[in-house]
Design a protein around this ligand. Structure first.
Ligand SMILES: [Zn+2]
Length: 237
């Protein structure tokens, strides 16, 4: 079945240009979560839901991750109109389902918009993390050595790295919840990103922080304990 069998079209009023447009979103009941990767990428049975979490207004080019789309300040709108909308060619409407190419374009536009509007580090981190998930989805679908996406694993890593750096900045300067996540979840995510990017000492520190936290739930503490073991094994190697 095609993606569109699991999607439904919603209407959004763009906060930047004021026009209404339809965008596809995943029907809550139509696909099941069958797992998550170490960096919390959700895996569903029927489709890659991650393709549908960046929205691009097809009329003016304003783009953001769904949870941030409507929350844009007047000063940010002004910057976006000047630097994004003025050079954007209207497309009329969005496709009813997304290929990876389309999804990637929307996420990269979201990243560009975030830079232009001077978004917080957490928002930049979240977009970069999701772009890394899109590249991973492409690699799983096409194989790592697709001629259409040369160096795809390296590109995925670059975005994981950017996500790590921005989340680290955010941790020192922003409050929780961060991108909808509480402190323990962000610490756990960051520990995993540190491990993926080869920062084993930093990963160890974050894991220890979770293990001594009085508010961390038992299920995350269990995962943190497993990770501590893995990190110790790695040190022995
Ligand atoms: Zn718009």
């Amino acid at each position: 079945m095609a993606d569109k069998d699991y999607l439904l079209l919603r209407t959004m009023e763009c906060p930047v240009c004021g026009e209404k447009f339809k965008y596809p979103t995943v029907k809550a009941s139509s696909s099941k979560l069958i797992g998550t990767d170490k960096d919390l990428r959700p895996i569903h049975d029927r489709l890659d839901v991650n393709k549908y979490d960046a929205i691009m207004c097809p009329i003016c080019g304003y783009s953001a991750i769904t949870r941030y789309f409507e929350g844009v300040a007047d000063i940010q709108k002004k910057k976006i109109r000047e630097k994004i909308c003025s050079g954007f060619k209207s497309r009329g409407e969005l496709p009813e389902e997304y290929s990876y190419d389309i999804a990637l374009e929307h996420y990269k536009m979201a990243l560009l918009n975030a830079v232009v509007k001077e978004a917080k580090h957490s928002e930049l981190a979240y977009i970069c993390l999701k772009i890394s998930w899109i590249y991973r989805g492409i690699a799983e679908q096409t194989g790592q050595f697709s001629s259409h996406y040369p160096g795809i694993k390296e590109t995925e890593k670059e975005f994981t790295e950017k996500a790590y750096q921005n989340f680290t900045e955010a941790l020192g300067s922003e409050n929780f919840p961060m991108c909808g996540m509480d402190e323990t979840t962000v610490d756990f995510l960051l520990a995993n990103l540190a491990e993926i990017t080869g920062r084993y000492d930093d990963a160890g520190k974050l894991v220890s922080k979770i293990l001594v936290s009085p508010s961390a739930p038992a299920r995350i503490k269990d995962k943190a304990r497993d990770m501590k073991e893995e990190l110790l094994d790695r040190k022995k190697e």
